[in-house]
Write a new protein. Structure first.
Lengths: 262, 280
């Protein structure tokens, strides 16, 4: 757990590519032209001081940014080569392919655990062929099954914070997304729950492209293959995790990861 | 006195003051209920619930038509007022951030301050004069207009209490906005909205003035929703200002019936909502 994961041994195909992405809140520019690529089956960690635009960045990747009143994005975000910021793209389709886990666990309080897992489908009027199996599989993948298998009818909000977060991950996985975005998924969790989620990320990495925002350098070092350092709405440095954490090229990055500011 | 003891004394004093205030507030409630029950029980009988009013001078008779009439008129009011009010509340809170939403909110507030008798006159001019008939429809419409502002504002306020994180959770799952609004936001707020709606219904069930010019009154069964219709409040009003003892007794019985009816409606709604929430 403490060692730096091996950087991607062979170059992985590109899942998403971001080109000169600029994001606005009204007139305020929160992202000042970000370009980077997100490889398939890898974990990319986003680090940087508070307010530098990490959340804004990943919210642009599933078009959640525009949900905020007055917010808009310019530039291009390619998912499998197609620009998802284009006018011809329905954000609803993007969000089904690019799942998101939020900082604060947000299960639906009116729904049971089971209903929460299936929510992405049922709310869209889709009846899964075998709901019981989908629930079990999703909860297993989220490492929650053993804890809740006997109480699937309890409300989702009756779980502990860490369990709720894993429930939200299961809910996200049930939709079979291609990319998973995580915005500080462990910031409200204790070390044990955090460790479980990190293990989980390690397993999910085999199948998905994962982007994770984190304030913990240790966490970024533990879970990520690639790390991107953001500062004041700009991408300062992006590379394999071991390079960023051992010999960063920018002095800003070095200052940040060694805790000299931010 | 040590600071600790002082704190304890203050704590005690505040608690006692609160309990006293609560008791004082309960006095009118309890005495109204007790008085209505005491006065009304005497007039209750089987014929009170099954019979029609008797002509002046003949004793006996009942308020069956007024009881049913009240249910019908309030039912019409609910059928019109609840869907419209909830929809407007959803619009104001979820969809309209702009000027029009502000206007709707303002209109709801103004309407909430309009005396109910004015609403009655308005519906009289709009419906009764045109159709040349007092009717259950007109009565129901007047009551719907009266309950509308309460429902709009309750819905709006309760929807605002639903955390934004739930909306985002649904949207991030690829759920379209309108489905998110109905199946996540509205559903989460449903128990609270239902309580607010029940309060609005209970309030209009006792409205008298607006019904005087709309549903009017009827000594017989109304043959259709287009006919003048007897209602409990109007019947209570008519009987209580009459000089006849028997009618006054019946007015009290009617008042008791109205109170019980509203209470039962409230209880049933509460139980139904509780069940639905707990079954999840
Ligand atoms: N809803 C909003 N309206 C206006 N400005 C916003 C809004 N949300 C964020 N911003 C601004 O955009 C910038 C980037 O914010 P963002 O939330 O992306 O930062 P972050 O890197 O995720 O920070 P943190 O680590 O604290 O979560 C900040 O300067 C912030 O003030
Ligand atoms: Mg953030």
């Amino acid at each position: 757990m403490t060692s730096v994961p091996p950087s991607a041994p062979e170059p992985r195909p590109e899942k998403m590519r971001v080109e000169s992405l600029r994001a606005y809140f009204g007139d305020a520019l929160a992202l000042k032209g970000i370009s980077m690529s997100v490889p398939e089956r890898c974990v990319t960690a986003i680090i940087g001081p508070s307010g530098c635009g990490k959340s804004t960045f990943i919210r642009c990747l599933n078009r959640m940014h525009e949900v905020t009143p007055g917010a808009r994005a310019e530039g291009a975000v390619f998912l499998d080569g197609k620009n998802i910021l284009g006018d011809d793209v329905d954000p609803v389709d993007v969000r089904r392919r690019v799942g998101m886990v939020f900082q604060k666990p947000n299960p639906f309080p009116t729904m049971s655990i089971r209903e929460n897992v299936l929510a992405g489908l049922t709310l869209n009027g889709i009846r899964p062929p075998d709901p019981a199996r989908l629930v079990e599989e999703s909860l297993r993948q989220a490492a929650l099954w053993d804890e809740v298998k006997d109480s699937l009818d309890r409300t989702g909000t009756s779980l502990s914070g860490g369990q709720q977060q894993r429930l939200c991950i299961a809910r996200c996985l049930a939709l079979e997304p291609e990319v998973i975005l995580m915005d500080e998924p462990c910031s409200a969790l204790d070390p044990i729950a955090t460790a479980r989620i990190e293990e989980l990320i390690h397993e999910l990495r085999e199948r998905f492209a994962i982007l994770i925002v984190t304030h913990s350098m240790q966490q970024a070092a533990r879970v990520s293959d690639f790390t991107a350092f953001f500062y004041m709405g700009e991408l300062v440095e992006h590379g394999t995790a071991d390079v960023i954490f051992t010999k960063p090229t920018s002095s800003r990055t070095e200052d940040y990861i060694t805790g000299r500011f931010g | 006195m040590s600071p600790f003891v002082r704190k304890k004394v203050i704590d005690r004093a505040v608690t006692v003051a609160c309990v006293l205030a609560t008791l004082v507030a309960l006095v009118p409630l309890v005495s109204v209920l007790a008085y209505v029950t005491a006065q009304g029980a005497a007039g209750l009988s089987a014929t009170f619930f099954t019979g029609l009013p008797k002509p002046v001078g003949e004793p006996g008779g009942g308020m069956a038509n007024a009881i049913v009439g009240s249910l019908v008129v309030v039912g019409i009011a609910c059928a019109i007022g609840i869907p419209l009010g909830v929809a407007a509340g959803v619009y104001v809170s979820e969809l309209g951030g702009g000027r029009f939403a502000k206007l709707v909110r303002f209109a709801a507030d103004v309407l909430g301050g309009v005396p109910s008798i004015v609403v009655g006159i308005f519906v009289y001019a709009l419906v009764v004069v045109r159709t040349k008939h007092f009717s259950a429809w007109a009565g129901g419409l007047a009551l719907a207009v009266i309950m509308l502002p309460t429902i709009v504002r309750t819905t709006e306020e309760l929807l605002r209490l639903v955390p934004a994180s739930l909306r985002e959770a649904a949207l991030a799952l690829g759920v379209p906005r309108w489905k998110t609004t109905i199946f996540v936001v509205l559903r989460t707020a449903a128990p609270g909205i239902a309580t607010g709606v029940m309060l609005a219904v209970a309030r209009v069930a006792g409205e008298t003035a607006p019904l005087l010019f709309t549903a009017f009154n009827n000594r017989f069964w109304a043959e259709s929703l287009g006919d003048p219709t007897a209602t409990l409040p109007v019947q209570i009003f008519t009987y209580s200002v009459s000089p006849y003892d028997d009618w006054q007794r019946q007015a009290w019985a009617g008042a008791l019936t109205l109170v019980v009816l509203v209470l039962v409606l409230n209880l049933v709604a509460k139980i139904v909502i509780q069940r639905r929430v707990r079954s999840r």
